[in-house]
Design a protein. Structure first.
Length: 494
């Protein structure tokens, strides 16, 4: 694990921002907009987890501040997130909130260990269609998450949402000096307050904290029994949090055309969760919707916006809680609806794209989207998409293997062409004419490669079958790696 320090490029970016009033204003306003969008969503997640709203507010502050200094993806927002809230909800219901905080700390430790083991490198194995499904599922989930704020509400909510959407879309045509979401939130708040329009507000979501978080040690017994209780939840939080964070980092990479250090981001997420657990916060990870608000809508590009998202959130909640409580939920719904529309990859569902794309690729995208939306868990959707892509790829590659037979000088020569692994070699045994072939058989593998033990076992079975008929088999043409692999395993797989 490398020391916490900025790369030369990051230092230059932060220093340039600090010296430029215009750039600094953009970063600070991006952080402010994100903090306003974070508060109600974080409160909603704490309700899911069954904990006090302060637990989520404190977690979002500590996560953002720690990630701002340690993370590998500048401008990405990490806070108390719904994906991990769902994971720990059963722990809180069964054992109480006291067990939550050591579970958060242990999850952070696991994430640091996974980072050291190089888990971030596995991101390269996520196919493009899974990433597109992830983005589209995210956009749909963000949109659907706004539906409770649009059902069974006063009629005034609907025109307020439409006005908010119009402001977010149209205000940038006038000026980009102030983020349009901030203008929408300010305008709608002023309208509802001064016109005395009774609509749901942030204050209706839950009680805001009135004090700062304090360092505290877990109150549960630190013994094997406690470890057995919290470990399964900590492992789940570690994997779900890292997956969501790394995928979000890759998404921000694409939006900003800048690289990020995924390994650093992995252990930074762990460090942030460890700190959060000691300050009485719930577990967290990258917040995709809020990251899109900060990066794509508000123009945040450096760690400054991430830092101040957390600072502003705590400041607004503790010092200006009465003011924040009056923000109409309609304003935040309008912002999130625009974010969902902007996030969705519309090109992926164009008829021309669907006609051109292989059906298997489209299926992978759709299964990722469907399970993401159905479970409200991006990790499950992405995991299912990866499995589907692997199965379909293995099935497709398996059909590329061909076996051709010819007879020369009383010898049956079989030429095998293609990549040999479990999917393609399982039916290799059936491709030979054991009874009809002459006494000598040659299996030419010069156009193949042996990848796994299943293939070696299949070749052993073919040889054994011919031996039962009193015939001899010569396997030739293996490249050096395949030959070494077969020599090591052949005859030792029974």
């Amino acid at each position: 694990m490398s020391a916490v320090q900025l790369t030369p490029l990051e230092r230059q970016s932060v220093w340039r921002t600090l010296k430029s009033p215009r750039l600094l204003k953009t970063e600070l306003l991006a952080g402010l907009v994100v903090s306003l969008a974070l508060i109600p969503e974080v409160i909603a997640f704490t309700v899911i987890a069954g904990v006090d709203p302060r637990v989520g507010i404190f977690a979002s502050f500590t996560m953002s501040v720690v990630i701002a200094f340690t993370g590998g993806r500048p401008a990405m927002i990490s806070a108390a997130a719904g994906a991990v809230a769902l994971v720990v909800a059963p722990l809180v219901r069964t054992y109480g909130v006291e067990y939550l905080f050591p579970a958060v700390i242990l999850a952070g430790v696991f994430q640091v260990l996974l980072a050291v083991l190089g888990v971030a490198k596995l991101l390269r194995f996520i196919p493009r269609q899974v990433m597109i499904g992830f983005v589209n599922g995210l956009a749909i989930s963000i949109f659907l998450a706004q539906m409770p704020e649009l059902i069974d509400v006063p009629w005034a909510v609907y025109p307020l949402v439409l006005v908010g959407i119009a402001i977010v879309y149209l205000f940038p045509k006038l000026t980009s000096a102030i983020p349009a979401p901030l203008v929408a939130i300010a305008v709608l708040t002023a309208v509802t307050v001064f016109a005395h329009i009774m609509v749901p507000t942030v204050g209706d979501q839950g009680e805001l904290p009135e004090s700062l978080p304090v360092f505290s040690l877990p109150t549960v017994p630190l013994n094997l029994e406690t470890f057995q209780i919290i470990a399964p939840f900590a492992v789940a939080v570690a994997f779900v949090g890292l997956l969501e964070s790394l995928l979000t980092a890759k998404l921000v990479d694409d939006i900003t055309d800048t690289p990020s250090n995924k390994t650093r981001e992995s252990w930074a997420q762990g460090a942030a969760n460890i700190v959060t657990g000691f300050f009485g916060g719930i577990c967290g990870c990258a917040m995709i919707g809020q990251t899109m608000i900060g990066v794509k809508v508000s123009g945040g590009r450096t760690r400054i916006s991430t830092l101040f998202a957390g600072v502003f959130m705590l400041l607004l909640a503790v010092v200006f809680g009465d003011v924040v409580a009056q923000i109409p939920m309609a304003a935040l719904v309008a912002v999130m609806v625009v974010v969902s529309v902007a996030t969705f990859n519309w090109h992926s569902i164009r008829p021309s794209t669907l006609r051109m794309m292989p059906k298997s690729e489209t299926f992978v995208m759709l299964i990722t989207v469907a399970l993401t939306v159905a479970t409200n868990n991006l990790a499950i959707g992405v995991g299912a998409g990866i499995v589907a892509a692997m199965v379909l790829f293995a099935n497709r590659v398996a059909h590329f293997v061909t076996v051709e037979r010819r007879i020369e000088d009383g010898t049956a020569i079989y030429t095998v062409t293609g990549e040999l692994f479990f999917a393609s070699s399982n039916d290799l045994y059936t491709q030979f004419n054991y009874a009809e072939d002459p006494q000598k058989i040659v299996i030419d593998l010069s156009a193949s490669h042996v990848w796994d033990a299943s293939t070696v076992a299949a070749l052993d079975s073919v040889t054994t079958k011919y031996t039962g008929y009193g015939k001899t088999v010569e396997i030739r043409g293996l490249n050096e790696p395949s030959a070494r692999f077969r020599n090591r395993l052949s005859g030792n797989l029974d």
